[in-house]
Design a protein around this ligand. Structure first.
Ligand code: B12
Length: 433
C-alpha cells in the first residue's frame, strides 16, 4: 500500500513537474588554467537541464560564472537546487549551500558533477547536501526526482546511463556571453578564432587503465554523440556568433572513422578553425594531415613529464619519445602543438625538469604547466594522503591552486624527492614561455 502511494505520488509529480534551479558556482580565477577569465559553457549542467525539461520539470539556471546571483526571486520557490562543480569549486559550493539554506530552507539540495563523483563518501562528510548524482546524470536525475528520498544515486548501473545523448538546453543560457571576453593570446598566433564555442563529441577515455592523477568520470568506454546532435550543437554555436570551436573530448583523435569524417567535413564546410586534445600515442601523419585540412589549429597533448619513470609510475602509458614524436609530427602537419606539463609527479628529477623546459623552449611549443593536485578518489590522492591533515582545508586550497603555491613559495602536496623551490621554478619557467 505504501509502495503504491509512493508510485502514485511520483506519477503526479512527473505530470506537474518540480521547480528546479540549477547552479554553476563561480570558477575561481587562476591566472594560468582559466587564463584571465576564459569563458566555458557548462555543457554538463546544460545537459542535465535538458533532461529535466524533457521530463516535464520547470528549470531555471543560475550560472554564477556569468555574474548571475542567487536571488530570493529565483531561489525562493525552488523545490530542488541542483549544483554542479569541480574540485576547484569546492569552497564556492560550500558557500553557496549555506546561502541557499538561508534563502530557502525547504528546498532539497542536489549535488552532481566531477567533485562529488570522484569521492562521494568523503564529500558527503564535508558538504551539507540532501541528494547526489554520481557520474553521468541525464537519466539518473530524472529517476531520482520521481522519488527524491534516496541520498546518493550512482550510475555505475548501465540502466541509468544516458540512453541517448540530449541536446544541451542552450535556450536557458546566453550563448553570446560565453563567446565574449578575453581569449588566450596564443590563439591569435595560429589564426584561431577569438570567438569560440565549446563542446564534446564523445565521453569516456578509451585507455584501459586510469592515469593515477586523473579525476575521470566517464569510464573507459568511449561513447559518441550521433552526428546529427554534433551538427545541431555546432549550428547553435554558429548562430550565436561563434567563429571557432574548442573540443573538450579527452581524445578527439580516437573518434570512430565514420563519425570523424562527418564532423571534419562539417567543420571544413563552415570554415571553422578548431582546437582539440589528444594522447601522444594516437596521432599519425595521415590523421594529422586530415585534421589540418579540416581546420585544426592547435592540439593539446598531455605530456606531463620528461621522466619515463614518472610517466610510468603515474600509469600514463606513454613515453617521452612518443611525446617528442607526436610534437614533431603535429608541427610537420602544420598544426601548433601545445603541451600540458604536470609538475610534481613522483619520480621527477632535476634533469627531467630541465629537459622539459629545454624541450618546450627549443621546440617553441605552447607550454601549459600545472602543479599536481591530487584529486580525492584517485590513486595519486592515496599517495598524498599522509601530507593532508585537514581535508576541508586542502579542498578549499584547490581554488587558485597554482597561484597560491607560487605566492606561498611552497608546494601543498610534493610527492617528489625534490625541494619545493626547484619544482616551482620549473613551473614558473614553463609558464613564462
Ligand atoms: C572544460 C573543462 C574545464 C574548464 C571549465 C569547466 C567548466 N566547469 O565549465 C576549465 C578549463 C576552466 C577547467 C579547469 C580545470 N579543470 Co577541468 N575539465 C574540463 C573538461 C575537459 C570538460 C568538462 C565538460 O564540459 N564535460 C562535459 C560534461 C557533459 O560533463 P560534466 O560537466 O561532468 O557533467 C556530467 C556529470 O558530471 C553530471 N553532472 C554535472 N553537473 C551536474 C549537476 C547536477 C545537479 C547533476 C544531477 C549532475 C551533474 O551529469 C553531466 C552529464 O552527464 C573535463 C574533462 C572531462 N572529461 O569531463 C575536465 C575536468 C572536469 N577538470 C578537472 C580539473 C581537476 C580541473 C582543474 C581544477 C585542474 C586541472 N588540472 O585541470 C582546472 C582548474 C585549474 C585552473 N588553473 O583553472 C577534472 C575534475 C576532477 C574533479 N573531480 O573535480 C576533469 C574531470 C579532468 C580530469 N579528468 O581530471 N576544466
Amino acid at each position: 500500500m505504501f509502495f503504491l502511494a509512493l508510485k502514485q505520488k511520483s506519477t503526479k509529480r512527473r505530470i506537474q513537474g518540480m521547480n528546479i534551479v540549477l547552479i554553476n558556482p563561480p570558477l575561481p580565477y587562476d591566472s594560468i588554467g582559466t587564463s584571465g577569465g576564459q569563458r566555458f559553457f557548462p555543457e554538463g549542467l546544460a545537459s542535465i537541464a535538458s533532461a529535466l525539461l524533457h521530463a516535464g520539470h520547470k528549470v531555471r539556471v543560475i550560472d554564477m560564472c556569468t555574474g548571475q546571483q542567487l536571488t530570493s526571486e529565483v531561489c525562493g520557490d525552488a523545490e530542488i537546487f541542483g549544483i554542479t562543480g569541480m574540485i576547484n569549486q569546492f569552497a564556492n559550493i560550500e558557500d553557496i549551500i549555506s546561502r541557499l539554506r538561508k534563502l530557502n530552507s525547504k528546498a532539497k539540495i542536489l549535488l552532481g558533477g566531477p567533485l562529488v563523483t570522484c569521492a562521494p563518501e568523503l564529500i558527503k562528510q564535508l558538504l551539507d547536501f540532501d541528494l547526489a548524482i554520481i557520474g553521468e546524470g541525464e537519466r539518473s536525475v530524472v529517476e531520482l526526482l520521481q522519488n527524491p528520498t534516496e541520498k546518493m544515486v550512482a550510475n555505475n548501473n548501465p540502466y541509468l546511463l544516458p540512453k541517448e545523448f540530449v541536446m544541451p538546453a542552450f535556450e536557458l543560457f546566453d550563448l553570446r556571453w560565453y563567446l565574449s571576453g578575453p581569449t588566450w593570446p596564443h590563439y591569435q598566433s595560429v589564426g584561431m578564432a577569438k570567438v569560440v564555442g565549446n563542446l564534446m563529441v564523445s565521453r569516456g577515455c578509451p585507455r584501459p587503465q586510469n592515469c593515477a592523477f586523473c579525476g575521470q568520470l566517464f569510464g573507459h568506454t568511449m561513447r559518441c554523440k550521433p552526428f546529427n546532435l554534433v551538427e545541431g550543437e555546432i549550428r547553435a554555436w554558429i548562430d550565436a556568433g561563434a567563429q571557432g570551436i574548442r573540443f573538450q573530448d579527452d581524445n578527439l583523435c580516437q573518434l570512430p572513422p565514420e563519425l570523424q569524417e562527418l564532423v571534419f567535413d562539417l567543420l571544413k564546410k563552415h570554415e571553422l578553425p578548431w582546437v582539440a586534445h589528444s594522447r601522444v600515442d594516437t596521432v599519425s601523419p595521415a590523421k594529422l594531415a586530415r585534421m589540418r585540412e579540416a581546420g585544426c589549429r592547435i592540439i593539446y597533448f598531455g605530456l606531463e613529464s620528461f621522466s619515463d619513470q614518472a610517466l610510468s609510475s603515474a600509469g600514463k602509458g606513454a613515453t617521452v619519445d612518443e611525446a617528442k614524436r607526436a610534437v614533431e609530427l603535429t608541427r610537420e602537419a602544420g598544426i601548433k602543438p601545445a603541451c600540458f606539463f604536470l609538475i610534481g609527479l613522483p619520480g621527477e628529477t632535476r634533469a627531467s625538469l630541465q629537459a622539459a623546459v629545454k624541450f618546450a623552449r627549443d621546440q617553441q611549443i605552447l607550454a601549459r604547466p600545472y602543479i599536481l593536485c591530487p584529486i580525492p578518489g584517485t590513486p595519486m590522492f592515496e599517495r598524498a594522503k599522509h601530507l593532508i591533515t585537514d581535508l576541508r582545508d586542502y579542498l578549499r586550497h584547490c581554488a587558485n591552486w597554482a597561484d597560491r603555491q607560487l605566492a606561498d613559495g611552497k608546494l601543498y602536496a610534493n610527492l617528489t624527492n625534490l625541494p619545493d623551490d626547484i619544482l616551482l621554478e620549473a613551473y614558473r619557467e614553463l609558464r613564462e614561455l
